[in-house]
Design a protein. Structure first.
Length: 243
């Protein structure tokens, strides 16, 4: 019997790579998206449905028949009504709907070092959702990347844009904290492998090389043939930008 996998954001960055692998491996795939009428690069191989966070009954029916939910849903930056608090509430609605629909497993994409004690709303929200996933009673895998890089990634390309346009780059904190970037194709493989592995787990989704954030920015600048002055700004600046 062919399993049905539902993935959030199959038309977005990481979700697109994971969906491609799922289709190649013969799964029946659904996606939840904010843009169900967007051009579907997978054609009739992937069914698209709206999130329906405001209508949990419809969301539950969309998920019915799903064996595993892959959750990549989040907001990168707060804007308008799309806040980190709203993303936490929406994801809890999604988890509850999955449980009530009979979904057996959740593969949840989190972030490295989530913490309820973090001054950053981004990291606090991610910690709250890890707890919600574990408390759901469903089989689960939690994946914790630092930086996911690839042709369409946002962070690396944004860093490159700033380096290209400005002689100074601001880094929150001392810049000595480590990051271990993982390529998007490796991240997609890890997601799909954890669909197929039934054990409960929390995995650091990292690549083989470690850089401080300062080193990462200098590496990008060097690849671009640019020089950049790094300045370190208080963490409260990042807090105000992400609250």
């Amino acid at each position: 019997m062919v399993e049905t996998i539902t993935i959030t954001g199959a038309f977005s960055y990481t979700g697109k790579y994971a969906t491609r692998l799922l289709v190649e491996r013969g799964y029946r795939v659904r996606t939840l998206t904010n843009h169900p009428r967007r051009e579907n690069p997978f054609g009739d191989r992937v069914e698209a449905f709206p999130y329906n966070f405001g209508h949990p009954d419809l969301l539950r029916e969309t998920l019915r028949g799903t064996s595993t939910l892959i959750n990549t849903y989040w907001v990168r930056f707060p804007h308008g009504g799309s806040t980190f608090a709203a993303a936490v509430a929406n994801t809890k609605t999604l988890i509850a709907a999955a449980r009530d629909a009979g979904v057996k497993r959740i593969v949840h994409v989190s972030i490295a070092n989530p913490s309820d004690e973090s001054p950053l709303a981004y990291y606090r929200g991610k910690a709250q959702l890890e707890k919600a996933v574990r408390d759901s009673g469903l089989s689960c895998a939690i994946l914790r990347p630092t930086v996911i890089f690839g042709p369409e990634d946002i962070l690396i390309n944004n860093i490159a844009w700033f380096i290209r346009h400005f002689p100074v780059f601001g880094i929150p904190g001392d810049g000595r904290y480590g990051v271990r970037p993982i390529h998007v194709e490796d991240m997609a493989r890890l997601i799909v492998e954890n669909v197929e592995d039934p054990k409960n787990t929390a995995v650091d989704a990292v690549g083989p090389e470690t850089y401080t954030f300062d080193e990462l920015v200098r590496l990008i600048a060097g690849k671009m043939g640019r020089s950049v002055k790094l300045i370190h700004v208080p963490a409260i600046v990042a807090y105000l930008a992400t609250s």
